[in-house]
Design a protein around this ligand. Structure first.
Ligand code: 4AZ
Length: 276
């Protein structure tokens, strides 16, 4: 759980960016992450940019090895959370995972639909701070273009999609209960973008974690009940048809007063590799 507040992503970035490119395809590492509680089943046909990250080597064949969510912003460019590429989740270096794949166009992970596309390389935000979760973003480059035209535009800074009170939807194959009931099929949950003041109140620092408005946004449901959860990490938060967040962290799942915290996508525009 995060603690210290973070700083804005520095522009000294491009360089670090290149050096942080991880070529994939070594021996196998591995663990699982966050899903959607209080949600409803949805179809990838309606949200083709919502994709699953998988490694059977690391996470087993059940549910096709899904362990995180991700979102397509270009035919060969997929965003996920930096922490999905970290040791805690993967059990070792991302470069050690030989079978890291993006699963696109498949509602039911146990079924044969859609396509599994190998990840060629992973760029992990060199400024990601595992202590605070600030800058929780990674860019994956795929071996082949995803089928169809299932990409989503990112909402830039100042976009009305970020306005507090706006309705947003989070997508994932994660835990639907908060108790480890992982979804077989894609789920979505409607949440409200919350004002930074509410996010700071929920996560003022200390053991509950620290909210940093420059690199994060938070969203939830005042009554609780609707949220992202374990296994959803890295997946999309969408408002007005645009990508505003990536599932990052939070205290529990769907508890009133503990909104989900997301990587603020606008904070990454302009310096991440592979932008459309
Ligand atoms: C997780 O463990 C996680 N309720 C993701 C999102 C949230 C909590 C935990 C937000 O990956």
């Amino acid at each position: 759980m995060p603690r210290v507040p973070a700083r804005v992503l520095p522009p000294a970035f491009a360089l670090a960016a290149l050096t942080a490119l991880i070529p994939l395809g070594g021996p196998a590492p591995a663990a699982a992450d966050s899903i959607v509680v209080g949600g409803r089943p949805v179809s990838v046909a309606d949200s083709p940019w919502a994709v699953a990250l998988s490694s059977r080597d690391r996470f087993g064949a059940e549910r096709a090895g899904q362990f995180c969510g991700a979102v397509a912003i270009g035919p060969t460019t997929v965003l996920t959370a930096a922490h999905c590429m970290g040791r805690t989740v993967l059990g070792g270096e991302a470069s050690g995972i030989r079978d890291l794949r993006v699963i696109a166009g498949r509602d039911d992970l146990s079924g044969p639909g859609g396509q599994e596309v190998p990840v060629r390389s992973a760029w992990v935000n060199p400024d990601y701070d595992p202590g605070t979760n600030a800058g929780d973003l990674a860019v994956l480059t795929l071996e082949q273009p995803l089928p169809g035209d299932g990409v989503i535009p990112m909402a830039a800074e100042g976009d009305a999609a970020y306005t507090a009170g706006n309705e947003a939807t989070v997508y994932g194959w994660g835990d639907t209960t908060g108790y480890g009931a992982y979804a077989a099929t894609l789920h979505a949950s409607d949440v409200q973008v919350l004002p930074d003041s509410s996010c700071v109140r929920a996560y003022p620092g200390g053991p509950r974690g620290a909210y940093d408005a420059s690199s994060m946004l938070c969203a939830g449901d005042t009554a609780g009940g609707r949220d992202a959860c374990q296994g959803d990490s890295g997946g999309p938060l969408v408002a007005d048809g645009r990508l505003i967040g990536l599932v990052s962290w939070g205290s529990g799942c769907g508890s009133p007063g503990s909104p989900g915290v997301y990587t603020r996508v606008s904070a990454a525009i302009g310096w991440m590799p592979g932008e459309p």
